[in-house]
Design a protein around this ligand. Structure first.
Ligand SMILES: [Zn+2]
Ligand SMILES: [Zn+2]
Length: 304
């Protein structure tokens, strides 16, 4: 009882610094993250090839076929560009120059900033150390499994657009796969449905009833459903956090909140709002950030 009372009286600031001290800053092995990259590209390339060379030519003909093949190429292009924006785009590694730029006279860590013992730099508010990247990241949201890179101040817009194209790509792939299968193997009874289960499809392939490509399709359909559900969840979750002005890191931790109002929160990720439709269709469209990601105004503090 006495222990619980003492714990409740500990000031929030002390609890946070205690939490920060106890964190494990040992750099993580990268092998697991590489699996995410392999899964994403394996799915993307196989879906693209089977759509362009197999499904679209089977379902459509003439100009319709040409238009849908071009649409598939355009979808692959946009997905790739946004993925590269996440992977190669600067996530905003915090360097020594950042604090010097804003506090040239400072001799110790500026107020509201924190010293990172691993990077040995003064890091601004909202930046956090990532053990996968082994660096402090400006406005760190999370470390993305599918690109093995941190999502932060400079590349969050690419991440959102990447999920938008994941949602679109999986919906379209599922439509093509199901339309094709419905044509080749029409369901005559309820029990035929079970022949589409991945394990049953593999057995059917081994028995010579399904071609290898059809068996692959039936394994991909549940994977596409899984990716679609995950992409829709992440898209809605991330958009909700952007509107509320918090990162996913801040959403499950206590501490300061930097909610600047819905309009400014959106602008801090995407730049001017009127450019968002252009960014969706032309990901190479350049949008300059309105700040350097180090100046944030605290609007409230989230307690327990
Ligand atoms: Zn650091
Ligand atoms: Zn990271």
């Amino acid at each position: 009882m006495e222990v619980r009372e003492r714990k409740a009286q500990t000031p929030l600031k002390e609890k946070l610094s205690d939490h920060y001290r106890k964190r494990d800053f040992t750099p993580k092995k990268k092998d697991v993250s590489k699996l995410g990259i392999a899964f994403f590209w394996g799915m993307t390339i196989s879906l693209f090839l089977e759509s362009v060379f197999y499904l679209i030519p089977h379902i459509y003909s003439g100009w319709n076929m040409v238009i849908f093949i071009l649409l598939a190429i355009f979808t692959l292009f946009l997905t790739t560009i946004n993925w590269m924006g996440m992977f190669f785009g600067s996530t905003g590694f915090v360097d020594k120059e950042l604090s010097k730029k804003h506090f040239p006279q400072a001799t110790e860590t500026p107020r509201g900033w924190k010293y990172c013992p691993t990077c040995q730099v003064d890091a601004p508010p909202r930046s956090f150390h990532c053990t996968h990247c082994n660096a402090c990241i400006l406005k760190r949201d999370h470390h993305c499994f599918f690109s093995d890179s941190c999502i932060g101040f400079y590349n969050q817009r690419f991440f959102i657009l990447y999920i938008v194209y994941m949602v679109w790509g999986n919906i379209w792939a599922l439509y093509l796969q199901i339309t094709y299968l419905n044509d080749v193997y029409p369901l005559n009874s309820f029990y035929d449905f079970f022949s589409f289960f991945p394990l049953v499809a593999i057995v059917q392939f081994l028995l010579g009833k399904f071609s290898i490509l059809n068996a692959i399709l039936m394994i991909q359909i549940p994977l596409c459903c899984l990716c679609l559900c995950a992409a829709v969840f992440f898209l809605l979750f991330e958009l909700m956090l952007i509107l509320k002005g918090v990162t996913s890191y801040e959403s499950h931790r206590t501490g300061p909140i930097y909610d600047q109002g819905i309009g400014n929160n959106i602008r801090s990720v995407f730049g001017p709002i009127k450019t968002i439709p252009l960014q969706i269709l032309f990901p190479l469209f350049r949008v300059d950030q309105q700040s350097d990601g180090s100046q944030w105004e605290i609007t409230k503090t989230k307690g327990h």
